[in-house]
Design a protein around this ligand. Structure first.
Ligand code: FAD
Length: 500
């Protein structure tokens, strides 16, 4: 590789990962850098990945994308959280809502006051204090419902058509000079040092570059195929290995949240868009055969399926290194975590941000590559642990769930649960994705109630606590009352694009 600034970047693959990277590079790298993206229309993109988390708003904002334009182009809806249904047995439900819950008093997080109240016999729900949870329950949304002196703590994400999102970003990237090459990569050519030199297309064209992104999806043609980087398999904790995805017509009300319903040997998603609803079942093939899985999915749709379910197979885990030599893997080529908490698109986003931070000036420096890999692994493992919590703490009776409840936990997760169980303490380390409030909701929602709470909260007289919590509930209720319906909001600000 030439010992000079990277002027020629080649992105292999044009799914969500490829076009997100192309758009971000076109926006943030200097003008002299040439960006080429190679994708195959015949292969296409995976076409799932429709539920996001609030950080995506930052990505789009940094690109200068207007929220209304994005929602219109992708037939998107607002997402205020994920509702988990039947995880603690039939009929149970809770929401992992975005944003904050309540207000801290001094140094002590809000939930300790709620715990103190609950432990003293109070019967309010934690989610009475979450604007997002209450708005989701009422199918309402407005972006700025609060007053500056009393912020709402509301955060939101999107549910959108993944193919349209990639097309939207393609348009953005091409307008900023990204060159798109249509063709099928047949070979990945290495130079004498073992770095990638070029992509050889099946029609004989050669696409040379200094730096490569592997965005070829599950195929991982560069990082896995040419560079031979191995895969760390996490199925011992996250055993699901198959999915079926199918769409059906949208129904009313247009719910501003994704739903994840636990099933016999996995779980089912429901993602409402403006023009249709995305559905899918994720399951473990060792516990359920494909036919039963398909029947389960099709029997649990809002409306008739629009077409046949699309099958997908995967192995939960990640590459042993997501940056090797002059190649970084983003998206499915980097690894796979099931979409239980809608984290994959975010992991693409944070991979891009990390790469821009560490972008090599010339030949990649081993210390910078190691740092990228260390940070990426830490982030993925923390998301993995958050997902494992759903398998560990649930009360489903089926053999599949009983088995994965019993599995030994990664040490960091076991410690986190023990710490919470004792006195409700939660800490977010470094730049971990999930906040204390995210962990709190899933721990409580999955049935783990602490034995105690912070002593400062214990010391607050119950009458003062009643007053504090009462005011907090009224604040949330008044904000939600002022919001329009979610469907009305979209109709006014971001009506769907009819065709397609
Ligand atoms: P792909 O979309 O597969 O794109 C690969 C690209 O590489 C395509 O353009 C293809 O044409 C190209 N390519 C491959 N081989 C060649 C070749 N030989 N020559 C030329 N081009 C080639 N994420 C979320 O954040 N939220 C969700 O709700 C969510 N749900 C999911 C549900 C399921 C069942 C699955 C499997 C994933 C889900 N994900 C979700 C993950 C999400 O779909 C992916 O992270 C995202 O779509 C990125 O995919 P990708 O771009 O890496 O791969």
């Amino acid at each position: 590789m030439a010992d000079s600034a990277h002027t020629n970047i080649v992105i292999a693959g044009g799914g969500t990962a490829g076009w997100m990277a192309a758009a971000a590079f076109a926006r943030f790298l200097p003008r002299g850098v040439a960006i080429t993206l190679v994708e195959s229309d015949a292969i296409g993109a995976v076409g799932v990945g429709e539920a996001t988390i609030p950080q995506i708003r930052l990505f789009n904002r940094n690109l200068g994308i207007d929220e209304g334009d994005l929602l219109r182009a992708t037939n998107g809806t607002i997402k205020l959280g994920i509702e988990f249904v039947d995880w603690s047995g039939k009929g149970s439900r809770y929401i992992h809502a975005f944003g904050t819950i309540g207000r801290a008093l001094g140094l002590v997080p809000f939930h300790h006051y709620w715990l103190r109240h609950a432990q003293a016999g109070g019967n309010t729900s934690l989610w009475d204090y979450s604007v997002a949870a209450q708005a989701a329950a009422a199918d309402r949304f407005a972006p700025e419902p609060g007053r500056p002196d009393l912020p709402s703590g509301l955060a939101w994400a999107y549910q959108f058509d993944a193919i349209r999102y990639a097309a939207f970003l393609r348009d953005y990237a091409e307008k900023r000079g990204v060159r798109r090459v249509e063709g099928r990569i047949g070979d990945v050519m290495l130079d004498g040092s073992g770095a990638i030199a070029s992509l050889r297309l099946e029609d004989g064209r050669n696409i040379a570059g200094d730096f490569f992104l592997d965005c070829t999806g599950f195929r991982a043609l560069l990082i896995g195929g040419a560079l031979g980087v191995g895969y760390d398999d996490w199925r011992e904790w996250l055993p699901c290995d198959r999915a079926l995805a199918v769409q059906c017509a949208s129904v009313t009300p247009l719910t501003p949240y994704t739903r994840a319903t636990a099933r016999e040997a996995g779980w089912q998603w429901r993602i409402p868009l403006q023009h249709r609803t995305g559905n899918g079942l994720v399951w473990c093939s060792a516990y359920q055969d494909d036919g039963v899985a398909a029947d389960t999915l099709l029997a649990n749709l809002d409306d008739d399926a629009l077409g046949d379910p699309k099958p997908l197979r995967f192995t939960t885990g990640m590459r042993c290194a997501t940056w090797r030599s002059n190649c970084v893997a983003l998206g499915l080529s980097a690894g796979f975590l099931e979409p239980l908490e809608s984290t994959s698109i975010h992991l693409i986003q944070s991979g891009i941000a990390r790469l821009l931070q560490l972008f090599p000036a010339d030949t990649p420096n081993p210390a910078e590559i190691a740092e990228y890999n260390r940070q990426t692994q830490r982030e993925w493992e923390s998301v993995r642990d958050f997902l494992i919590l759903h398998y560990h703490a649930n009360a489903r009776p089926e053999p599949f769930w009983a088995e994965y409840r019993r599995r030994a936990l990664p040490d960091a997760l076991a410690q986190r649960i023990a710490l919470f169980r004792a006195n409700g303490r939660l800490f977010r380390e470094g730049d971990e994705l999930f906040t204390e409030v995210g962990w709190l909701q899933v721990l409580l929602g999955q049935g783990i109630m602490p034995d105690g709470c912070h002593p400062i909260a214990q010391a607050l007289p119950i009458a003062d606590l009643d007053q504090f919590l009462g005011a907090a509930r009224r604040h949330v209720a008044s904000l939600v009352e002022r919001m329009p319906g979610h469907a009305d909001y979209l109709r006014r600000h971001a009506p769907a694009t009819p065709s397609g």
